[in-house]
Design a protein around this ligand. Structure first.
Ligand code: KG4
Ligand code: ZN
Length: 353
């Protein structure tokens, strides 16, 4: 049966594998003929605790953890979804961007399952998958949407016409990713890794206006849709060091709140500016930092004021997971996109097409 015939006939069940960083994600979704996506399973095994003492993800440790977690995660996902391997219509896998060794584990597993089950294989872009997962929660995307992807590895502003191909990068970070800045600032405040959730929590007790940290790349001559967080991180470090040198206590909650405000102010302002300039009235926010409570609240307020409909998946779908890969694979399969060859290789810096 051809790919197109299958999709015309109705439901498509896709298993997705994500191993680009430190989460081994295996998700299973059912894409219905009406465009709605049902989440059948979303199994995650994280090696985050093995990296915590290093303050960042150690690639070799992540690869080994993926290797150990992969097959049990696939078995669990099939059991939770209540489907057998013969019900799976396609296998999707993150081909990049991400850590080379970690990606290779996922790709090798996905190829093996696709061959064993005799189904097509889709190697997908991790960033597109972060956008696609929103369809699990909020249904099909409109013809034009803007996506703000903010995580430990990337910060990008994308213009999305179709999940099956037309995604253009309007801007990206020129140095640190937003989540990376959260992690580094958390470290200098003595908070555990990954720092984002801890800053989010500490900031709730702090004053976001206590310290005026810089807003990177917001000058009139700066690239309107690019981001920079390294100057902000340095500024926080200098401020904290000055207090420590003076023998004064560091007001962790105020620093966390003021730093967080500087990040989410820039993220939301640039996203709204892009939406307004391109006449796009839907904004999707994804990636681990989209779990941030202040980002979600400020985006809500600013989108409402600008007449933009905001779509943010629930936090568990914002961080890396297999469901996002399965969702994108299902959209590609249903759109009749040609599957990847079995010779597809990992693309650590894979660009959007
Ligand atoms: O998408 P993700 O799970 O992995 C990558 O692709 O990087 O994102 C992880 C990042 C980490 O930097 C983490 O600190 C950040 O997302 N993060 C948060 C929050 N939850 C996770 N940052 C700010 N606030 C949060 N609540
Ligand atoms: Zn990610």
């Amino acid at each position: 049966m051809s790919v197109l015939t299958r999709s015309v006939l109705g439901d498509v069940v896709v298993l997705g594998i994500e191993t680009s960083c430190d989460e081994t994600g295996v998700g299973i979704v059912r894409l219905r003929a009406d465009g709605t996506v049902e989440l059948l399973a979303d199994e995650i095994a994280s090696s985050v605790e093995q990296h915590a003492r290093f303050g960042g993800v150690v690639p070799e440790v992540a690869s080994r953890a993926h290797l150990e977690a992969m097959v049990p995660a696939v078995h669990r996902a099939l059991a939770v979804a209540g489907v057998s391997s013969s019900d799976v219509d396609a296998v999707a896998v993150t081909a990049g961007p991400g850590l080379a060794g970690a990606l290779l584990v996922g790709l090798a597993a996905a190829k093996a399952y696709a061959v064993a089950w005799d189904v097509p294989l889709y190697g997908v872009n991790h960033l597109s998958a972060h956008v696609a997962v929103d369809t699990v929660e909020h249904g099909p995307l409109p013809a034009a949407a803007l996506a703000l992807l903010v995580s430990g590895g990337h910060s990008s502003l994308l213009r999305v016409s179709s999940l099956a191909g037309e995604i253009h990068t309007l801007g990206a970070t020129i140095d640190d990713a937003a989540g990376e800045a959260f992690d580094k600032v958390a470290r200098l405040l003595g908070l555990p890794f990954p720092g984002g959730p801890h800053i989010d929590k500490a900031a709730r007790e702090g004053n976001a206006e206590a310290i005026a940290f810089p807003r990177g790349l917001t000058g009139p001559r700066d690239a309107p849709y690019d981001f920079s967080f390294s100057g902000l991180k340095t500024s926080v470090a200098r401020w904290v060091e000055a207090r420590q040198r003076a023998g004064e206590p560091v007001p962790v909650a105020d620093v966390a709140a003021s730093f967080q405000e500087a990040v989410v102010d820039v993220l939301t302002a640039k996203a709204i500016r892009a939406a307004t300039e391109f006449g796009i009235d839907h904004l999707v926010i994804g990636g681990g930092v989209a779990a941030n409570s202040r980002l979600r609240a400020l985006a809500e307020t600013r989108c409402a004021a600008a007449g933009i409909r905001l779509r943010v998946p629930r936090p568990k779908l914002c961080t890396d997971n297999g469901a996002m890969v399965a969702a994108l694979g299902a959209h590609l399969h249903a759109a009749g996109v040609a599957p990847s060859g079995l010779d597809i290789s990992a693309g650590p810096s894979l660009a959007l097409v």
